[in-house]
Structures are given as structure tokens and as C-alpha cells.
Design a protein around this ligand. Structure first.
Ligand SMILES: NC(=O)c1ccc[n+]([C@@H]2O[C@H](COP(=O)([O-])OP(=O)(O)OC[C@H]3O[C@@H](n4cnc5c(N)ncnc54)[C@H](O)[C@@H]3O)[C@@H](O)[C@H]2O)c1
Length: 303
């Protein structure tokens, strides 16, 4: 059975990935700068330490590179730290991977690569952030992910290592209400992200993918035609697509929602990987219904 190495194994995605990748029958090797208790082989390594990375790549077939800084670190970490960990770190992981002759690489990118493209062109428009939108990162995080994708593309070209860059929506753990509402605003459940990673590995293993860039977010039913209403008041749009959603939300204290400016199409991930997220807003509504005591602490509940 193939061996998968996960960097950033102690993080949100790493922890969601471990049971999914192991459950699919892969051997695991884990890397993080923070210590973790694990039944799998674990290496406490800083990805900035290139010499430490090379030996652990021996015998590895697939690398999932999830270590790094992201949006929540923008207020606490410097641009130089972002550049160093997200770019020099990614370069070290890629170099060690290419030298070890791995069979596939999953790069955890982000929808932050779209940057300025996320700004709607008109007051009554929503942006569909499809993968072919111009990449115009507007902060150091987005810039490092954009350059990380470009770096991955280089390794595919130069060394012929298959790779997938997943442009992930927001999945940092949040309280129940915030998480559910976030699923309408570019969020995604980490369990669905883990499935997307697994399917990427399986597609590369089956020789179906050489290089792909794919959005991964929760599934929303919105279209550009919903733009004017989504910008004014999203509730009637929710009622159109989710039966009795607005009554349920109102019962639990949600009287209004902030305007929705964008949505993230995921049809390319479905086409290339067969990826369909399970923990969407409709799943969250069912959870809400089943817990009569759940009420929003805040109206609107997000942001
Ligand atoms: N969380 C999100 O909403 C989100 C959204 C889009 C993309 N992403 C990307 O997905 C990946 C995983 O995100 P996450 O939410 O699991 O992040 P996380 O912060 O929960 O985990 C990242 C892990 O990387 C480790 N790490 C940081 N610097 C390291 C270093 N120098 N050497 C070794 N390990 C190091 C940390 O210790 C941490 O365990 C990241 O690359 C992130 O940019 C995350």
C-alpha cells in the first residue's frame, strides 16, 4: 500500500485527514513543528529545516503539504514569516519530494489567491469565483498561496511529479451558528476538505491527473441571477432553495443576514475528482432542526 506524508499534521486539516487517509488503507507519515500524540510515525520537524526533511521522504509515495500560516495569522505574524514558512517551507517540501521521486503532491492553496477578483463589479452583483478568474492576491497570505501554486506547477513541469492545488474555502473551527452561516459565505467543513484531499491522491494514483487547480468549498445553489437579492437580503434566496429554512432560522433568532458578495463554484472538482461535499448548509439546517435548544447568540449570526 502507498505511503502518504502529511505536513502540518497537528493542524485542523491534518487532524481531519489522518483518519480519512488511514481509513482508505494508506500508510501514514506525519510531520509538524508541534508535537502530537499519534499511533502513526511522527516527525517533529520545522519545514524550514531542509536537511531534516530529506530523510523522512524516503519511501513516501504522496505528500499532502498542509503546513503553513493562513488567514487567521495575518494579524499576528509578519509578512516575512508568511513568506518564509509558506514559500521557503513549501520549496523545501517540494525539493525533498522531487528528490525522493514521489508519485503525487497535494498543495493546500486557498481562495485568497483571487484577491481583488472577489470584488463585485456592481452593487447588485455577486462574483462566481471560478478557477479561471484572474489571480490578484490582495494580502501576503494570498500572494504566498499564488506563488506556491506557481511553484507546484514548476515541479510538475520540471520533474513530472503529478500535483493538485486545492483552493480551499474557510474551514477553521468555529461555533455551531457561525460555522453553519459561514457555509453560505465561502466556508467548507474540514471533513469535506479531507475527502477532497483523498480523492486527489486517488486520482493521481490512478494516473488521471497530472496537474489540476480546483476550488474546494461547500456546495451552494446560488447563481449570478440571485445577485441583486443576495446583495440586498439573502433570506428570500435561502427560502427559494432550502425548504422552510427562513422559518427555522427566525425561530432560532436569525432575523437577518449580511449581504452575500460571492460564491465558489466547485463543479470542476466534481468533474475531475468526483468530489461532492456532504456537510453543506442543508446538512447544517438538519442539525439545527434536531436541536431545539440551539439559538443564535447574535443577530445577524455572522460575521
Ligand atoms: N483553515 C482554513 O480556513 C484554510 C483555508 C484555506 C487554506 N488553508 C490552508 O490549508 C492548510 C492547513 O490549514 P489548517 O487550518 O489545518 O492550518 P493550522 O494552522 O490548523 O495547521 C497548520 C499546521 O502547520 C504547522 N506548521 C506551521 N509552521 C510549520 C513549520 N515551519 N514546520 C512544520 N509545521 C509547521 C502548525 O504547527 C500547524 O499544526 C494551510 O496550508 C492553510 O494555508 C486553510
Amino acid at each position: 500500500m502507498s505511503k502518504v506524508l502529511i505536513t502540518g499534521a497537528a493542524g485542523t486539516l491534518g487532524q481531519a485527514l489522518i483518519p480519512v487517509i488511514a481509513g482508505a488503507g494508506y500508510h501514514l507519515e506525519l510531520v509538524d513543528i508541534q508535537p502530537i500524540e499519534s499511533e502513526y510515525e511522527f516527525h517533529q520537524i520545522d519545514i524550514l529545516d531542509a536537511d531534516a526533511l530529506s530523510p523522512v521522504m524516503e519511501g513516501v509515495d504522496f505528500v499532502v503539504h498542509a503546513a503553513g500560516l493562513h488567514g487567521i495569522h495575518l494579524s499576528t505574524r509578519s509578512p516575512r514569516e508568511f513568506y518564509s514558512i509558506n514559500l521557503t517551507g513549501t520549496f523545501n517540501v517540494w525539493e525533498a519530494s522531487a528528490q525522493a521521486g514521489i508519485k503525487g503532491f497535494v498543495f493546500c492553496s486557498s481562495v485568497s489567491v483571487y484577491g481583488e477578483s472577489r470584488r463585485p463589479p456592481r452593487e447588485d452583483a455577486v462574483v462566481a469565483l471560478s478557477e479561471n478568474m484572474p489571480l490578484l492576491p490582495s494580502d501576503i497570505y494570498g500572494l504566498t498561496k499564488f506563488l506556491g501554486e506557481e511553484m507546484s506547477r514548476y515541479y510538475v513541469r520540471r520533474y513530472g511529479v503529478p500535483a493538485v492545488a486545492l483552493r480551499l474555502g474557510m474551514f477553521t473551527p468555529e461555533p455551531f451558528f457561525r460555522h453553519g452561516i459561514r457555509l453560505l459565505y465561502g466556508g467548507v467543513d474540514p471533513r469535506d476538505v479531507a475527502q477532497a484531499v483523498l480523492k486527489s491522491i486517488q486520482a493521481m494514483e490512478a494516473g488521471k491527473i497530472r496537474w489540476e487547480v480546483l476550488n474546494i468549498a461547500s456546495e451552494v445553489p446560488f447563481t449570478k441571477e440571485d445577485g441583486p437579492q443576495l446583495r440586498k437580503n439573502p433570506l428570500p434566496v435561502l427560502d427559494k432553495y432550502y425548504k422552510d429554512a427562513v422559518n427555522l432560522l427566525k425561530e432560532r433568532g436569525v432575523e437577518r443576514l449580511y449581504p452575500i458578495h460571492e460564491f465558489i463554484p466547485i463543479s470542476k472538482a466534481e468533474e475531475k475528482l468526483g468530489f461532492r461535499p456532504e456537510y453543506n448548509f442543508s446538512w447544517w439546517l438538519q442539525e439545527l432542526e434536531q436541536h431545539p435548544d440551539y439559538r443564535t447568540p447574535k443577530n445577524p449570526p455572522w460575521p
